[in-house]
Design a protein around this ligand. Structure first.
Ligand SMILES: [Zn+2]
Length: 260
């Protein structure tokens, strides 16, 4: 069933409330858009809390980003939405926010690219990290360009994250998966580090997508996601007692003639 523009306006207002209630934005952060047709994008305006919008606060832009309807001003981040629509004809909605744990990873310069959770691997593959770009300028999207065709959610360096899908709910659920994945990854790190799944298990998850009816542009390739075989050397851990450590140091010092 094709939704009317009125219904789609309400969808953006509803999703804006959820994004705000979940704490993925502060003040007037974030933006949401829906592609109405080949040349019309319905989007949130600038200078408004995404949790406190009405359907009349939304504006309509053409595919070049020029405002064609609405009394409020367009967001400067509309260019990022337009780039995604231009590069991905399958996408009808884009959601940008600053969910705190995922953004923490983006600020720390860490992609969410480890093969850890079946739902994330099936739904997103992994979440890459795009280089920082000054908001409101073309630099914001430059770092994202290599990732847009292959991924459905991207972390934006020192900024936030963006997710997109066939409708605004799918974009929202992808963002929710990203933030949930970030929270779980953080807890695993606090508990001593996550155990990464091996390649053959990740393969099986990618193959199961047809069974679950998951449509995605992402396919398994080196680094998407990072599998156990890729991280084995770095993950190798061993334990020794304090006494054994002292003995090892003493032995090394003796070998160098520092200790008698
Ligand atoms: Zn932002």
């Amino acid at each position: 069933m094709v939704k009317s523009e009125k219904e789609l306006r309400q969808d953006i207002v509803d999703i804006g409330k959820l994004v705000y209630q979940k704490g993925w934005v502060a003040a007037n952060d974030g933006n949401i858009s829906i592609r109405l047709d080949a040349n019309k994008i319905l989007c949130t305006c600038t200078n408004i809390s995404k949790g406190m919008m009405t359907v009349d606060d939304l504006i309509i832009c053409d595919i070049e980003g020029n405002k064609i309807e609405g009394s409020r001003e367009r967001t400067s981040e509309i260019a990022m939405h337009l780039t995604i629509y231009q590069m991905r004809p399958d996408i009808r909605s884009v959601l940008h926010a600053h969910p705190p744990v995922a953004t923490g990873y983006a600020v720390a310069g860490r992609p969410l690219n480890l093969a850890l959770l079946p739902e994330v691997i099936i739904g997103l593959g992994s979440v890459p990290l795009a280089d920082y770009g000054l908001p409101g300028t073309p630099a914001l999207t430059e770092g994202m360009l290599p990732y847009i065709p292959k991924y459905d959610a991207i972390l934006m360096g020192n900024h936030g994250s963006v997710a997109y899908g066939e409708d605004v709910y799918k974009a929202f659920f992808k963002m929710e998966t990203v933030e949930h994945f970030a929270r779980i990854s953080l807890v695993a790190e606090l508990l001593g580090g996550a155990k990464v799944l091996p390649r053959d298990e990740v393969n099986k998850l990618f193959e199961s997508r047809t069974r679950y009816g998951v449509k995605s542009n992402t396919s398994m390739e080196p680094g998407n996601p990072v599998v156990a075989e890729d991280v084995q050397p770095a993950q190798e851990r061993f334990q020794i007692t304090r006494q054994e450590l002292i003995a090892l140091v003493d032995e090394a010092l003796r070998a160098r003639g520092v200790l008698a």
